[in-house]
Design a protein around this ligand. Structure first.
Ligand SMILES: Cc1ncc(C[n+]2csc(CCOP(=O)(O)OP(=O)(O)O)c2C)c(N)n1
Ligand SMILES: *[C@@H]1O[C@H](CO)[C@@H](O)[C@H](O)[C@H]1NC(C)=O
Ligand SMILES: CC(=O)N[C@H]1CO[C@H](CO)[C@@H](O)[C@@H]1O
Ligand SMILES: [Mg+2]
Length: 568
């Protein structure tokens, strides 16, 4: 009898709802009024990864959503905690990754009176979320949790937000009422309706592909989140059409595949006449699908989960729906007809030759050991060490300008969803949060981050989080003393009363980033030569313990702004 009338508080009810909905990990920073919520979640078997800053925790939640296909959950305090969490929500929106942010908020009766950490959080999150709810009463909790998790993951994934005022967090219900609320929420849980693939659209796609002389298949992280790798492989191998992944699409098919056009990117997009674009938006990363990078006559077949994307880009043909399902139907309808390209087709030959040319030019530069290090020499050494690990391949995290650009061309991806980088927004500071999310999502994999010193610095304190949870993450910092590297100003720019200040792009030269992690008991390495780097990689990769390798890079190697000079 006593059990029936026992009371449970809202913190516990939130934790129970999350656990019922299948949430098994949470990322965040605790404090008033959500500390008890985190403790309750842990007690129910949800792993709570506590960060130093909600920005990193939010980036982690978004990446966890991407890697697992289930929304990552971020927990923050009210006011400033919520504001820092916006970094994660906005990143989820930009990358179309599923996540839910849950924040405590001020007491409802004190709204407008300057309560502790008061903020209209529903208004603050508005530009970045698909859906938000303020729970005004404890009874709304279970249903809100299920609804928000659904919206975050349905259609084009993105961020959702649950606001829980502190007075609601202190409310209670009886255990039996809690159970019936949880049962109702679970049985009313929404399931994504399956869009049917129209036969005439499939027929039109096949006809466009059949008539193409220089077809190309492009795929991005939308295809990765749909787990469409087997269907893409099938399509590529059935048709013999070359493919080009976007930076985070890399790995859906191995970079070493004979039809990979990555090393002939300019030719492939410049000359293709029909492009099948799967789960990738024709945004700046793909030059908007417009001349001069693309031919003006190119016909796009866009496969996207979001109808709005098709309306925006106005392709020759748009197929709305889940990439995996659509490709499955398409593959089934493509029979082994003569339109399938043979390996002797002139288009394939042109691509293959270009690839060979680019690769041999690249390998020529990579083969030299340049000391003090440029970007290429250490990147080659890192590539070889990663390739040497075999399968399961590590998850690679990358940010920075030069460091990320060079890394994208040199490092090799062989397995799906093993590359996380600055993404659609080119966001610096995502690295450590992504490392933590990757280690937590895929405990069987090593995580290797290759970061510029500026990119690293945005969230460097999270190396303590790596040590605290003993995550198998090796962070390699390309230390060239600044944003893009050394001071590249023209002498005439260096005038005025503050001319003796360091350049806005500069950091303290010789920063000992490897010592930062040692402050917390992790392992640090300082390397400046190929042998030092090789030995640090061998040791840290086999130790599978948190480490930072500080790689001394010539501050004048690389380019100002990396490859984005035209935008700076
Ligand atoms: C949140 C955010 N702030 C600022 C920038 C502008 N930005 C672009 S790259 C970069 C850092 C590049 O320096 P580093 O990471 O050291 O890479 P390097 O080119 O030196 O290898 C910055 C600050 C950004 N992209 N994102
Ligand atoms: C050469 O290959 C790299 C990737 O390996 C790619 O980023 C670059 O765009 C290629 N160059 C051309 C001209 O296609
Ligand atoms: C403490 C230390 O030796 N720091 C090194 C880290 O890297 C920088 C810049 O690349 C070197 O100049 C420092 O000597
Ligand atoms: Mg730098």
């Amino acid at each position: 009898m006593a059990e029936k009338t026992a009371l449970i508080d809202c913190n516990l009810l939130v934790a129970k709802a999350l656990a019922r909905a299948g949430v098994d990990r949470m990322f965040g920073v605790v404090g008033i009024p959500v500390t008890s919520l985190a403790n309750r979640a842990v007690a129910l078997g949800i792993r709570f990864i506590a960060f130093h800053n909600e920005q990193s925790a939010g980036y982690a939640a978004s990446a966890y959503g991407y890697l697992t296909g289930r929304p990552g959950v971020l927990l923050t305090v009210s006011g400033p905690g919520c504001v820092h969490g916006l970094a994660g929500l906005s990143n989820a929106a930009a990358n179309a990754w599923p996540m839910v942010m849950i924040s405590g908020s001020c007491d409802q009766k004190d709204v407008g009176r300057g309560d502790f950490q008061e903020l209209d959080q529903i208004a603050a999150v508005k530009p970045f979320v698909k859906f938000s709810v303020k729970a005004k009463d404890i009874t709304e909790i279970p249903n809100s949790v299920f609804t928000l998790l659904y919206h975050a993951g349905s259609g084009r994934p993105g961020g959702c937000y649950l606001d829980i005022p502190s007075d609601v967090l202190h409310q209670t219900v009886t255990e039996s009422e809690a159970n019936s609320l949880l049962n109702d929420a679970e049985s009313n849980r929404k399931v994504e309706p399956i869009k049917s693939v129209k036969n005439d659209e499939i027929a039109k796609a096949i006809s466009l592909i059949r008539k193409a002389e220089r077809p190309l298949i492009v795929f991005g992280k939308g295809a990765a989140i749909a787990r469409a790798e087997d269907e893409i492989k099938n399509l590529v191998e059935k048709t013999g059409i070359p493919f080009l992944p976007t930076p985070m699409g890399k790995g859906l098919l191995p970079d070493s595949h004979e039809l990979a056009a990555t090393a002939a990117r300019s030719l492939a997009i410049g000359k293709c006449d029909v492009a099948v674009v799967v789960g990738a938006r024709l945004n700046w990363l793909l030059h908007f699908g417009e001349p001069p990078k693309w031919s003006k006559d190119v016909k796009f077949i866009l496969i996207d989960i979001d109808e709005g994307e098709i309306e925006l880009r106005k392709p020759e043909l748009g197929l709305v729906g889940d990439a995996k399902r659509i490709l499955k139907v398409l593959n089934k309808e493509i029979k082994d007809d003569p339109f399938c390209l043979g390996r002797t087709h002139p288009w394939i030959e042109a691509i293959t030759n270009k690839v060979k040319e680019n690769v041999s030019r690249m390998e020529g530069q990579l083969g030299k050991d340049v000391v003090p290090f440029n970007f290429l020499t250490p990147m080659r050494i890192i590539r070889d060490a990663i390739v040497g690990l075999g399968s399961p391949a590590p998850i690679l995290v990358s940010e920075g300008a030069n460091t990320m650009d060079v890394g994208r061309s040199v490092l090799v991806q062989t397995e799906p969803r093993t590359r996380l980088d600055a993404g659609t927004w080119g966001t610096m500071g995502v690295g450590l949060g992504y490392c933590i999310a990757a280690a937590v999502a895929s405990p069987e994999r090593l995580v290797v981050a290759v970061e510029g010193d500026s990119g690293f610095g945005f969230s460097a304190m999270e190396v303590e989080t790596l040590v605290r949870y003993q995550l198998p993450v090796v962070v390699i910092v390309f230390n060239n003393g600044g944003v893009y590297g050394g001071d590249r100003r023209n002498p005439e720019e260096i005038t005025g009363p503050y001319k003796n200040d360091p350049a806005p792009t500069s950091f303290v030269p010789g920063a000992a980033y490897h010592l930062l992690i040692e402050a917390f008991g992790g392992k640090g390495y300082l390397v400046g030569t190929p042998d030092e780097l090789k030995s640090a990689l061998t040791e840290s990769f086999s130790a599978r313990k948190p480490a930072v390798i500080n790689v001394t890079i010539d501050p004048f190697a690389g380019a100002e702004s990396g490859r984005m000079q035209h935008k700076n």
